[in-house]
Design a protein around this ligand. Structure first.
Ligand code: G3P
Ligand code: CA
Length: 257
C-alpha cells in the first residue's frame, strides 16, 4: 500500500483521527478513541453536544437516531437516559457495549497522550453555556495545553474569544462544493478571514484546499487542517499543497512514511 508523506518542506503535517478511528470502530465512542490513541494520529477529532441536564456528550449528530438505538434530540434527554443507549451495534455487533461518552470520559482516557480537536456543535439552537462548560472541564483536567476547540459557528467562537478562555481555536468554514463555485469566490476575497484573527487555523473541506486556498490562508497568518481525506494518494496531494493538518477516518490503516 502507498505510504503517506507527512513531512512537507521540512514542516510536519498533522494527522487527525476524524471522530476517533472511525473506520475501524463506531465514531465518537471510547473504542474509536482508544484505536486512535494506538494509531499514528497526532490529534483526535471529536464532536460535542449538550444534554437536557447540561452535560457534554460526544456525538456527531444532534439526534440519537443514526448512531444509537435511541431517537430524538440529545437536548431533549438527560445524560442518564442517553447512557442507557447502545452506540456501537449500528457499526458492528461486536461494539454493542459502547455507550455515548461524555467529554469528561474522553479527557480522562486521552490524558494528553494525543491532542484533542473538539468540535462544538449546535442542535436546533445553540446550547446555552456550552463553551464555558467545555473550558471548565479542560481546566479540571489541565487539558488546555493539549486541546483545540473548533466550530463552524461564529457565535460559539466569539463566546470563547470574548471570555479570553485562553485555549487555541480553529474556525471551520463550509467547503466549496464542485457544483457551487460561488463559495470559492466569496471565501477567497482578500481579507475575508480577518475577522477570525484570534483563531490559529481556518479549516476547510478538502475540496476547498487548492494551492491558492492554502496560500491565501497562510498569507493571512493561519494554518489550515482539511477534512476528510482517507485515500493515501489524496492525502499526499494535500500534503504537497501545503496543508498543515489532514483530518481522516482512515488513521488506523495509513502507513506513514
Ligand atoms: O473536523 C471537521 C469536520 O469534522 C467537520 O465536519 O460534519 O464531520 O463534523 P463534520
Ligand atoms: Ca467534526
Amino acid at each position: 500500500p502507498e505510504k503517506i508523506r507527512l513531512i512537507n518542506q521540512k514542516r510536519k503535517v498533522m494527522l487527525a483521527a476524524h471522530r476517533g478511528a472511525s473506520e475501524v470502530a463506531p465514531e465518537n465512542t471510547l473504542a474509536a478513541i482508544q484505536k486512535a490513541l494506538d494509531s499514528p494520529a497526532d490529534f483526535i477529532e471529536i464532536d460535542i453536544h449538550q444534554t437536557l441536564d447540561s452535560q457534554l456528550v460526544v456525538m456527531h449528530d444532534a439526534t440519537l437516531d443514526r448512531t444509537t438505538n435511541g431517537e430524538g434530540a440529545i437536548s431533549d434527554l438527560p445524560l442518564s437516559a442517553i447512557k442507557k443507549l447502545d452506540a456501537g451495534s449500528w457499526f458492528k455487533p461486536e461494539f454493542k457495549k459502547e455507550k455515548v461518552p461524555t467529554l469528561e470520559e474522553v479527557l480522562q482516557l486521552v490524558k494528553g497522550r494525543k491532542k484533542l480537536l473538539i468540535e462544538l456543535k449546535k442542535g436546533d439552537d445553540f446550547y446555552p453555556g456550552m463553551p464555558h462548560r467545555t473550558i471548565a472541564l479542560l481546566q479540571k483536567y489541565h487539558a488546555r495545553s493539549w486541546c483545540v476547540l473548533q466550530s463552524f459557528h461564529d457565535e460559539i467562537l466569539q463566546e470563547i474569544w470574548q471570555n479570553e478562555y485562553n485555549v487555541p481555536t480553529h474556525k471551520l468554514i463550509v467547503g466549496k462544493l464542485p457544483m457551487l463555485p460561488v463559495y470559492f469566490d466569496v471565501s477567497l476575497r482578500f481579507g475575508y478571514f480577518d475577522k477570525y484573527y484570534r483563531a490559529s487555523a481556518i479549516n476547510a473541506h478538502h475540496y476547498f484546499a487548492t494551492r491558492g486556498f492554502v496560500k491565501l490562508v497562510h498569507n493571512a497568518g493561519f494554518k489550515t487542517f482539511v477534512w476528510t481525506a482517507d485515500d493515501p494518494s489524496e492525502i499526499n496531494k494535500l500534503v504537497d499543497r501545503g496543508v498543515d493538518g489532514i483530518i481522516t477516518n482512515a488513521v488506523s490503516s495509513l502507513i506513514v512514511q
